[in-house]
Design a protein around this ligand. Sequence first.
Ligand code: SER
Length: 584
Amino acid sequence: MKAIDIRNKYLKFFENHGHKVIPSAPLIPENDPSVLFTTAGMQPLVPYLLGERHPEGTRLTDYQKCVRTVDIDEVGDNRHLTYFEMLGNWSLGDYFKEESIKMSFEFLTKELGIPVEKLSVTVFAGDEDAPRDEESANIWKSVGMPENHIYYFGKDDNWWIAGEEGPCGPDTEMFYDTGKEPCSKDCNPSCGCGKYVEIWNNVFMEYYKDKNGYTKLKQQNVDTGLGLERMNMLLQGKETPYDTEIFAPIMEKLQTLAKHDEISSRRIVAEHLRSSMMIISDGGRPSNVDRGYVLRRLIRRMTRHLNKLEIDLSELLGLIDLNIETLKEMYPELEKNKDIIKQVIIEEKDKFVKTLSHGEREFEKVITKIKAEGTKKINGQVVFRLYDTYGFPPEVTSDLAREQGYEIDMQEFEKLFKEHQAKSRMGSDKKFKGGLADQSEETICYHTATHLLNAALKIVINKDVHQKGSNITAERMRFDFSCDHKLTDEEKQKVEDLVNEWIKQALPVKVEEMKKEEAIASGAECMFIEKYPDIVTVYSIGDVSKELCGGPHVKNTSELGIFKIKKEEASSAGVRRIKAILEK
Ligand code: SER
């Protein structure tokens, strides 16, 4: 059996039990800015779990494409994946525990042919919020689950909620016994030693949790989730998902191309490539914020590990083709979106290669300085600056340092990084409130371009040119500035050339916080001084521009494309307006 056969069997089984098969929602949630990606089958169904009528009825089943990124740094081991497929069936106030457990048992033992001895289950042990789930335990016994294969655990194991707030409830989880030796005499499904692998989770969603605690929902729902890659691996008796048909072709190809056999690097490339392809196919694009940044990280990490394996990056196109061939039966959309997938991945890879060579040069400077100082340790601030300003990954800094016999202070880096994360999290919370619409990669590029244009005008016209306003969409920018004459063709050309020159120079964009007076004294440009708080954010682009600004901006001007002035006209007395675009 292959993964697609398990999927088809599953959907057919639940269809035969009165469920309507609904399509997978896209990986990028349509109306939910609170999450980056769809992370579970229940997510697109939340309104219906809360009581809204679903047009397809009260029994639904589907396969759902999911991306979970909390584990991104774990990928490379034998089990973590960022992209996975979840099979699910739902009762929206229809059947509850009995029918749900009976169907799961029948599917596992009859359809998939798993012997009952290989199965164990867990149920909720009860606490002050909800009673001990004897009911589920009894149903398990009635279908033939041996009593000593039924375990009771508390909220940590047997309660399911997406995040902090929302529909939730006790769950019953099913485990597959791999046959490995027990880790101790207390070995059990929750011990995590790897003997028992979780395969299915049925959540009996009858509660809603908010800040004030738990209340009962209008209806009793069932939400189940079965991880397809994992089930596939177990049924095939494989140790990892990379040994199954989903990953085997690319893993083998990588082995023939690689100069070293580093299995974790091959896994990272295989996993991140599949994940990136799925995200791009569903409309995701790399950027410096939120979901775009996740995609950017995936592509960068993959590129870095291709480098590590010493695989020529020109092989990437062939690897994408191979993956489309492998996966197109499961995901026909990959074939349909082939061109854009290739374009996005290759462009992003190219950008990263530039970042890397830039960062490597900076790193060399650091080493020269440190050699002169005679120390052996690179401090965390330097690592952070390389990361923040040049997008140079700390692992790369660490590798390079080690190769040259230097240590780096990772602890200090981690501290700075955490502070930085907390800041950007604050930023993204604010953004969600303000609406996501104007935070696309395009608008961010245009935003940085306005700073370059502002700086260029000061050089070409005169230093008293100031910004009077701007308006940005994903397609173009408009920039108003003080100036007493219509720009000549020569002036327009010079401005355009200068901006493009700076883009070509791949100037880093740096952000720092400082006191407002300090910022102004250091010559930072600022449109409305009174608009800003006492502590301000200042964005500098190489040494050509420095402005007070809330951001966001690109990390490097090389991301901008080609700057073109489309029009120059009067806006109001003493104010001119430039309309410009960036061509990618
Ligand atoms: N929501 C549950 C999970 O993600 C079951 O679908 O495991």
